[in-house]
Design a protein. Structure first.
Length: 72
């Protein structure tokens, strides 16, 4: 797992159960100096889910919002 993927996963886990917008994720994981497309998060999430295998299901997509880490 790359450092950025790890930081993203850690941020989601640290905020378990909270729906996080792409902008909020960008600001907290990529910091304010990132000027790219917020959809870069989608590709990172896809990679993380793949690397986590069955556990990747804990990262939920919140349509129109962003993502949430949820364990049930």
């Amino acid at each position: 797992m790359s450092l950025r993927e790890y930081e993203l996963l850690k941020y989601l886990v640290d905020n378990v159960g909270i729906a996080l917008s792409r902008d909020k994720i960008l600001n907290n994981v990529w910091n304010y100096d990132y000027y790219g497309d917020s959809r870069t998060i989608d590709s990172h999430i896809k990679k993380i889910r793949h690397k986590l295998g069955k556990k990747g299901k804990y990262i939920k997509t919140m349509r129109g919002i962003g993502y949430k880490f949820e364990v049930k």
